[in-house]
Design a protein around this ligand. Structure first.
Ligand code: PMP
Ligand code: GLU
Length: 402
């Protein structure tokens, strides 16, 4: 039977595939150390769970407004004002089924066939695929590892053409673990500002996970008057509140964009799970949230420092120090095209390398190919220190040929 042509050029999400493979091996009894999952290893704080349980038990089991309940939209608008200095009204907010869905609906609502979207690389695997599904053309701009993977204003300027309709900014970033400071973002903004028909999609989902005093900014807050009508601000509760399974994301932007997204979403998914809406309100209004977030952030900071040091101590591996999120993205170039492990496997790129490491050393890494860097691998350090040491010990032994 026929399957749609639109899928011909689309890859399955490698991050989810690696996580699924590692979990299947674990279930089969193999002692796998997984650096795959891009999700906090903490549980959702109890007070947030309680809000959903209470709503569920109270009968909040029916359809809700497509863009979210007024209370949830208001809690998000208030959060954006309080924490991000963004002056959106609740009507300028739409809640979607996770950050991924928020971004997808936003792309579907803004892009036409052939529109170019500038994506700094390394990039989160789903950006190019979602852009293509929306008819757009990804234009990849490579960040230099020597510049902590950050693209420069000159590179950005050179990538803009009359067909450019969007630039995606993700700070802190998956998979590079890098962050743009407010000044660096402002320098990029200066390049885009004169091009008045270019949207900036600012994916701010790792905003709370910043290390060692690193700062960043919400794009639209760089200069509200310039950017309020041209910025798509995306966020979710997944990483900040350890709520990946809940599937709660949202977008804020000009009313015309939010209305367009609402129209699309009303024919697509309708509202998110209704009894999760009070959990949004709880997460953004309970004073306990700040402490919960800091607990996770400080733990990720320690782990990031530790895994970065350990990786850099392995001959043939070089790793940029993470300044945010919970990923490191080392180069494995020094280990390609030479015999590896006890089986003396020769790998020419990261997919083969990751496969060999999983099969022989039982360590799950995500190959960098679908992040735009086929000689890098991604390790999520959203796992315990003990697991980090166990996994890196195994990797070290494998690379020594043992
Ligand atoms: N953006 C980035 C940069 C991500 O890493 C992810 C991964 N989860 C998402 C968006 C999507 O988030 P969610 O899990 O809420 O769909
Ligand atoms: N964003 C996370 C990751 O990169 C979760 C998986 C996904 O949605 O890609 O691992």
């Amino acid at each position: 039977m026929q399957l749609a042509n639109r899928l011909n050029d689309i890859a399955e999400s490698i991050t989810l595939a690696v996580t699924a493979k590692a979990n299947a091996l674990k279930k089969a009894g193999v002692d796998v150390v997984s650096f795959g999952a891009g999700e906090p290893d903490f549980d959702t704080p109890d007070f947030i769970k309680e809000a959903a349980i209470k709503a569920l038990k109270g009968g909040m089991t029916k359809y809700a407004p497509t863009p979210g309940t007024p209370e949830a939209r208001k809690a998000i608008a208030d959060k954006l004002k309080r924490e991000n200095n963004l002056t959106y009204t609740p009507e300028q907010v739409i809640v979607s089924v996770g950050g991924k869905h928020a971004l997808y609906v936003a792309f579907m609502a803004t892009l036409n066939a052939g529109d170019e979207v500038i994506i700094p690389s390394p990039y989160w695997v789903s950006y190019p695929e979602m852009v293509k599904l929306a008819g757009g053309v990804p234009v990849i701009v490579n960040g230099d590892p020597k510049n902590n993977f950050r693209i420069t204003p000159q590179q950005l300027a050179a990538a803009i053409t009359p067909k450019t309709r969007m630039v995606i900014i993700n700070s802190p970033s998956n998979p590079g673990g890098h962050t743009y400071s407010p000044e660096e973002l402002a320098a990029l903004a200066k390049v885009i500002a004169p091009h008045k028909d270019i949207w900036v999609c600012s994916d701010e989902i790792y905003e709370k996970l910043l290390f060692n005093g690193q700062k960043t900014a919400s794009w639209a807050a760089l200069d509200w008057e310039t950017w309020k009508d041209r910025t798509i601000t995306c966020n979710c509760l997944s990483k900040t509140f350890a709520m990946t399974g809940w599937r709660i994301g949202y977008t804020a932007g000009p009313k015309s964009l939010i209305d367009a997204m609402n129209k699309l979403q009303s024919q697509m998914t309708s509202n998110i799970t209704s009894f999760c809406m009070p959990a949004i309100v709880e997460a953004y209004t309970n004073p306990l949230s700040a402490g919960e977030i800091e607990k996770m952030r400080s733990e990720f900071e320690k782990r990031g420092e530790h895994i970065w040091k350990r990786l850099n101590a392995i001959p043939g591996i070089t790793c940029v120090k993470p300044t945010g999120a919970f990923y490191v993205f080392p180069s494995i170039a020094g280990h390609l095209n030479k015999p590896l492990g006890a089986k003396k496997t020769i790998c020419t790129e990261a997919v083969a390398f990751s496969t060999a490491v999983l099969e022989e050393a039982h360590v799950a890494l995500v190959p960098g190919n679908d992040f735009g860097f086929p000689d890098h691998v991604r390790l999520s350090f959203a796992t315990s220190m003990a697991n980090i040491d166990k996994g890196i010990d195994r990797l070290e032994r494998f690379l020594k040929g043992a």
